[in-house]
Ligand binder design. Structure first.
Ligand SMILES: [Zn+2]
Length: 688
């Protein structure tokens, strides 16, 4: 007698569950083994691997078992029960071994950051799995019948553990949703009012406004406005020497302020970078290594918390999903923390479904099966293409808050998302730098998806247009930075507000040759060349009479928190790793000992920049070292490692010492021999 479909699916379910658990354990072990640093979320990632793999395998083999049994029933084949049972066992063995082999190959090839599993490797894996299935078949005939003798008990044994595994996720959602309902977060409390009331689109003479400041002695500690612009590279700012871009507002701010065009994020991705701004800690210490996956630990004090306990009214306007509490944990210390994300699914505004989305994100980013499901269904791509964080909405929200709360002593954080892709600036900015393009790109997410799929092949004209769109987004954002500053000037707020402006990271625009197929040297987070990591920092202190100052020493994001606290006279917590730059502003220190350390999320590359203008990029995988002298080679075209082996050695030792002190994964990198230095091994990891 052939089994019923129910029996078939129960048998498939239990075999898949057992095999999937095994596959998950293999994946969890390889996750831990491949992890370059002791990431906080590693244990969680390992558990996800076991649960998701077990559930995925159980589902697939359960369905296959049902189909197999139904096919037998329809064909009215009367096979001996021991043969049917043996077929289940050998078929499932093949499937599960193929799964384990694929997971192993996926991780060995670099996981979701690498080029993927090679076809020949996959073929060998399938061949070995099939051979094992054939070998198991005669053995299975003897024991499978006993195993499947009681279908009801078997089904119960399969369904109960499956349900228990499934339950992990709702329980987690419940717990996280409770966390997110923190009493200090007033989500969507800001009701946007009519832009005309807010005087948006007025033309403020910012130079005149800043010139008037400095004559009034404020009777209380100044407010602090922290502006972060997403993906704004230094060389796309007029104040940093760009002769063609239009950034009049930020330039006017810079003319009245201390300006650094060589400020560095600690890791060039939004959430890891901003975590360093808010904690003054290196990424390996604050633990936010994977963007939108790792959240800031509740135990670390943040800039907002310190400012709030010093008596400041704290508020944030954020226009992007990754900064929301479920994905970042950055809301701590803010009395109001408002997200203004365009076209965000309504579910994201509910703490429970936002927690679910965050868990989904963590699973798909960490677990091989999760990323496979993501690739097949393309769920995130569909959502990502719709969501946007526009500068005009951000500015409107910011001005509404300022209009209602400008009288308080405030610490206000505004994040402008715009120069970040998609590069779709509204009119009239869209045609600002390139009018006659008729190619296939329009700056929306499609070119990013092409990069992720490894099929991005723009011609030089396309590249020119995409670069023009990025520049347009910078100018568009600048306009709205100007609206905020102009509004504050009219309300007299600039006179008692310290304005700090920086970017979370830069943006590569394909400057480094033809490695476009994988999107290398485009966007950010995958390399440590200047376009992706060199960002501006502007500090305007209304009490200062020093006017414009250009700071040349490298400044790190972790220096921003101690600098702000220093400026407003709040004592600086002891555990911070950054250093106030106030001595640079006053001239007490020239900054000749300052250095900046920047690393990628997996520490595969780490860079150090010295105050003397030397920059070393160390590659942990190849052991390669690239040395650049930025004053004469800002585009990093000439690798001087072969010519200056002693300097390479000295800077490598600085990186090693930094890595050892920060539990970062670079210390084990081999010190370059003269041979590798002479060859000047490229640091490109995944370029074809
Ligand atoms: Zn960013």
């Amino acid at each position: 007698m052939a089994p019923t479909p129910l029996q078939g699916s129960a048998r498939g379910l239990i075999l898949g569950l057992v095999g999937g658990l095994a596959a998950g354990i293999v994946e969890a072990i390889s996750l831990v083994r491949d992890a370059p640093v002791a990431r906080a979320a590693l244990l969680e990632a390992g558990l996800y691997a076991i649960i998701v793999d077990a559930l995925a395998c159980a589902t697939i083999t359960g369905v296959l078992g049902a189909i197999f049994a139904a096919a037998l029933a329809i064909a009215r084949v009367h096979l001996r029960p021991d043969r049917v049972a043996a077929l289940y066992v050998s078929g499932s063995t093949t499937f599960i071994l193929a799964m384990v082999g694929w997971l192993w190959a996926f991780r060995a090839a670099g996981g979701d950051r690498g080029p993927g599993v090679r076809t020949d490797v996959l073929f060998v894996v399938l061949l070995v799995a099939a051979a094992c299935g054939v070998l198991v078949h005669p053995l299975a005939q003897s024991f499978a019948l006993r195993l499947f003798a009681r279908p009801k008990r078997l089904a119960l044994g399969a369904v109960v553990p499956t349900m228990l595994l499934v339950l992990v996720f709702p329980v987690q959602v419940f717990m996280e949703a409770r966390q997110h309902r923190a009493p200090t977060v007033g989500v969507h409390g800001i009701q946007l009012i009519d832009p005309s009331v807010l005087e948006l689109d007025f033309d403020a003479d910012l130079d005149a406004a800043f010139a008037q400041i400095g004559t009034m002695a404020p009777d209380r500690p100044p407010n602090v406005l922290l502006l972060t612009v997403d993906a704004l590279r230094s060389d796309h700012l007029g104040a940093c020497g760009n002769s063609w871009i239009q950034t009049p507002a930020m330039d006017a701010l810079a003319r009245a302020s201390a300006l650094s065009c060589s400020t560095y994020p600690q890791q060039p991705q939004t959430n890891p970078a901003i975590a360093s701004v808010f904690t003054s800690l290196y990424p390996a210490v604050h633990g936010v290594r994977m963007h939108m996956v790792d959240r800031l630990s509740e135990t670390l004090p943040t800039l907002a918390e310190v400012m709030h306990s010093a008596g400041y009214t704290t508020s944030a306007v954020i226009p992007w999903t990754s900064l929301e509490p479920a994905f970042s944990g950055f809301h701590r210390g803010f009395q109001t923390y408002e997200a203004f994300v365009l076209n965000e699914p309504p579910a994201m505004q509910n703490p429970a479904t936002a927690a679910l989305a965050a868990i989904y994100r963590r699973v798909t980013d960490q677990v091989a099966v999760g990323s496979a499901v993501e690739a097949v269904l393309g769920m995130r791509q569909g959502t990502e293409a719709e969501i946007d964080g526009r500068a005009d909405v951000t500015a409107q929200a910011a001005l509404t808050w300022l209009a209602n709360n400008g009288d308080s002593q405030f610490f206000f954080w505004i994040h402008f998302f715009d120069p970040h892709y998609p590069w779709t600036p509204p009119e009239p900015w869209d045609l600002l730098y390139d009018e006659g393009y008729e190619g296939r790109y329009n700056g929306d997410m499609s070119f990013v998806y092409e990069m992720r799929s490894g099929v991005f092949e723009p011609n030089p004209r396309d590249v020119q247009y995409l670069r023009a769109l990025y520049a347009s987004e910078v100018s568009y954002t600048d306009h709205y930075v100007g609206q905020v500053l102009g509004f504050m000037a009219r309300r007299g707020l600039l006179q008692n507000t310290i304005v700090v402006l920086t970017a979370d990271h830069g943006e590569g625009l394909g400057e480094r040759g033809n490695s476009w197929l994988n999107g290398d040297y485009w966007l950010h987070g995958d390399d440590l060349y200047a376009p992706g990591i060199q960002v501006p920092l502007i500090i305007h202190d209304p009490r200062s009479t020093r006017g414009h100052q250009l700071l040349s020493a490298p400044i790190q994001h972790i220096d921003i928190m101690p600098t702000i606290l220093d400026l407003v006279g709040v004592s600086i917590p002891r555990r911070l790793q950054g250093e106030s730059i106030v001595p640079l502003l006053t001239g007490a220190d020239r900054g000749s000992d300052r250095m900046a350390f920047i690393t990628l999320s997996d520490d595969s590359q780490t860079s150090v920049v010295s105050a003397q203008g030397w920059k070393l990029i160390a590659d942990r995988v190849t052991g390669g070292r690239q040395l650049f002298y930025l004053p004469s080679d800002p585009e990093e075209r000439v690798n001087l490692a072969p010519a200056f082996p002693d300097r390479v050695l000295a800077l490598s030792r600085r990186i090693d010492a930094w890595a050892a002190a920060n539990a970062s994964g670079v210390a084990s990198a081999p010190v370059p021999t003269n041979e590798t230095a002479r060859l000047g091994i490229s640091a490109a990891r995944s370029s074809p």
